[in-house]
Structure formats: C-alpha cells, structure tokens
Design a protein around this ligand. Structure first.
Ligand code: TRH
Length: 375
C-alpha cells in the first residue's frame, strides 16, 4: 500500500473538490491506498459531503483522511505519490519534504479534462524540476492514449440494477420530495447562469410531452425564477403548459448519480457532472465552464467532434446547434425543437458512446499503474 497526498485548491464552484474527493475515495476504497486529501475550502467540501465537519483540521471520511490546507503550513512528512490537482501550487515546504525523502515522492499534476487532440501527446510527459524530483503531467480524457475518466469499478452494475426497476427512481425522487407522475419525461438541470434557458423552458412548456424539470439548488435558479416570475425555494415548483419545474436540495455527491439515472435527459456542467452524465448513459447537454477569450468554445467543439464522429449528419447538426445555443451561440428553443425529434437516435448514440468509454482504463486504476511502473 502506498501513501498518497492529493492537494486541492477550490477556485470556485464544486468541480475541483468534486473531482479530487471522488478520486481520493476510489484510491482508498477500491485500491486500498492510504490517502490524504488536502483542501483549502472545507465549506465547498461540506456541500458535496454534508456529513463532514467544516471546522475540523483533520477528519476521516469514507476511508480518506481529509485535511484542512490552511495558509500556515505545518511541516508534514511527504507521501509516496503526490497529486497536485489542476496546478494548484503546493506549499514550498512540502515540496522540499518530497525531495528530502530517501526515495523522493512521485509528483503528478492532474490536469483539467479536455477532449482536445493535443492532450494525447502531453499525457504522461515529464516536467523537469530543479530539485531532482520527478514530476509528470497527467491528463484525463476520452481516448486510450489519455489518463481516462473517473469510474468506480461497480458503477455500471449499480446503475443497471437501479434502472432495471422503475420503482427505484420513484422512491429515490420521493425521498427528495418529488411527487412523480406516470408518463412524465424527467430532465435534471445543473447549469451556470444561462441566458438561453428561457427559450428552452418556453419550448418545453409549449411542447407536446409532459415534462418534469428537476433543478438542484444553485446558480441557474435565478434564471428559473425570472422565467417563472416567482421566487422558488427548495421543495417548491411551478407549472406552465406541459412543463412542471421543481427545485431540489443540493444532494451529497453519492446521491447525484441516482438523480441522473432517474432522468431521461440530463443537463450538466463543468467537469465531474459532465462525466457522470456520460456514465448515466442518457442524453445530456453540457454547459461548459466559461473561460477568457472563448477558449471554452474550442473545448466544446473538440468534445463534439470526438463524440459525434461518424454520427448521422442530421443528428450531428441538431445536437451541435443545441449544445452551442445552450452555451450562448444560437436560439435554444428553435434548436431544441429540432433535436427533440431525434431523441431515440440521440439516446442510442449515447448508449454506444458510454459502452466504448467503459472499455478504457479508469483514471484511478491508471494512476495506481503509473506509480507501480515508475517504481
Ligand atoms: O461545479 P462545477 O461547475 O465545477 C467547475 C468545473 O470543474 C470547471 O472545470 C472548473 O474549472 C471549475 O469548477 C472551477 O461543475 P462539476 O465539475 O460538475 O462539479 C460539480 C460537483 O458537484 C460534482 O462532483 C457533482 C457535485 N454535485 C453534488 O454533489 N450534488 C448536487 O446536487 C449537484 C447538482 C452536484
């Protein structure tokens, strides 16, 4: 068993902590590693792990030692493997401790997920260090030449078992305060503020399919309230035409999967929820994290190019139009109406895509192998 230190600085939102917390759990529980997760913002951690203590300097959660990474760094023995998540700049004293060990630590910089083709050639490259430490870039990704995606060993089996009995989703949603109705299509919505939301909600309300939109509390709620012209709290909702909207509590990370599995379509964002929607195997739309100079649109196009490779032209066009509109480039309502007519093909495509992805080595297993080979 090796010791691992994962450093996470929360920039904003829940993606940094979401990815590192999921990885830490998997390394500890599936691979039997001794894992410490250093996080500088325990409030963000408590949001996705509500049983955690926001004050604790050190706590044990799901087999992981969670440490508060505070400004004043206390000397600590360095681990065998050190993951600097998203180039978060670790304490200089810790880096010295890594170099001082009889066998210096392996240093991995875990990068953000991207489908851009250059990722394959940069994954696993070394980055020379003045202190003799060996540091490598580790890129998650969608192809076998990348570091893969986070996927727990039993995830697909648990999902299949859950989806095999519709009673599971009804019970799960009822536990969140949702009254399910027979024959209603269900969509989950996790997004940033989105000017295109109203056009899509209008299209759903005016459409012919009764739809229940489930919205965990968060940044998109302001746009929902604006559209509904009323304030909405957790547990409350509104109805217009064919559309029923309900605001849900923000659930702990483990409960976000059953929410995705319970829906026919999922709107997701950032990085971790985007990956989880792919494992859910249902049609999804991605609200990408916005970056300066529209860099994010290149990443969106790169994913679409990979995902929609060999797709029928009409479906590819409809999908790409809606995804771009969702990300500020076009009319969401009009694009949705066109895409909706292709829902069966879209669902089938995602099923195949997800099956292909499961053939890849998952990120945590890949990291453990990388360390073993490096030894
Ligand atoms: O919160 P995000 O927008 O995170 C973003 C991205 O990671 C982005 O790339 C990064 O640069 C930025 O943060 C700083 O979206 P993401 O990645 O989907 O993370 C959300 C996490 O929250 C994910 O682990 C799922 C979890 N979650 C819950 O635990 N409960 C919930 O109810 C919901 C809706 C999400």
């Amino acid at each position: 068993m090796a010791s691992w230190d994962i450093f996470c600085s929360v920039v904003d939102n829940y993606g940094d902590i979401g990815v590192t917390w999921r990885l830490a759990r998997q390394l500890a529980t599936e691979h039997g590693q001794a894992v410490r997760l250093w996080v500088d913002d325990l409030a963000a951690f408590v949001r996705i792990c509500p049983q955690a203590d926001v004050q604790a300097q050190s706590q044990q959660q799901s087999g992981v030692e969670v440490r508060h990474w505070s400004q004043a760094w206390l000397d600590t023995e360095a681990a065998d493997v050190v993951i600097e998540a998203f180039a978060c700049a670790m304490p200089p004293a810790y880096i010295e401790a890594m170099a001082r060990r009889p066998k210096p630590s392996l240093w991995l910089n875990l990068e953000y997920l991207s489908a851009e083709s250059w990722v394959e050639s940069c994954h696993g490259l070394p980055s020379l260090q003045p202190n003799g430490l060996q540091k490598y870039f580790y890129f998650p990704g969608f192809t076998p030449l990348t570091g893969g995606l986070l996927r727990e060993g039993d995830l697909i089996l648990r999902r299949d078992a859950f989806q095999a009995d519709p009673g599971n989703s009804a019970r799960f949603l009822e536990s969140l305060g949702v009254q399910v109705r027979d024959g209603e299509r269900r969509i989950s919505l996790f997004a940033y503020e989105n000017p295109g939301l109203a056009g899509w909600l209008d299209a759903l309300a005016e459409g012919g399919t009764p739809t229940l939109l489930l919205v965990p509390e968060g940044r998109v709620l302001g746009d929902i309230q604006h559209w509904a012209q009323q304030s909405l709290r957790v547990g409350q909702g509104c109805e217009r035409g064919a559309l029923r909207v309900q605001v849900l509590p923000f659930v702990r990370q483990e409960d976000y999967d059953p929410l995705l599995w319970s829906c026919d379509i999922n709107a997701v964002r950032g990085e971790d929820s985007f990956v989880r929607a792919q494992w859910a195997g249902r049609p999804f739309v991605w609200h990408i994290y916005q970056q300066d100079e529209d860099v994010h649109l290149e990443k969106l196009e790169a994913f679409l190019a990979l995902f929609a490779q060999d797709m029928d032209d009409a479906l590819r066009q409809a999908l790409s139009d809606f995804w771009l509109a969702w990300n500020g480039r076009g009319d969401t309502g009009e694009a949705w109406r066109r895409l909706e007519t292709r829902l069966p093909e879209w669902s089938a495509w995602i099923g195949n895509w997800q099956r292909r992805l499961t053939e890849q080595t998952d990120l945590a297993t890949g990291l453990v192998r990388f360390y073993t080979n490096w030894l």
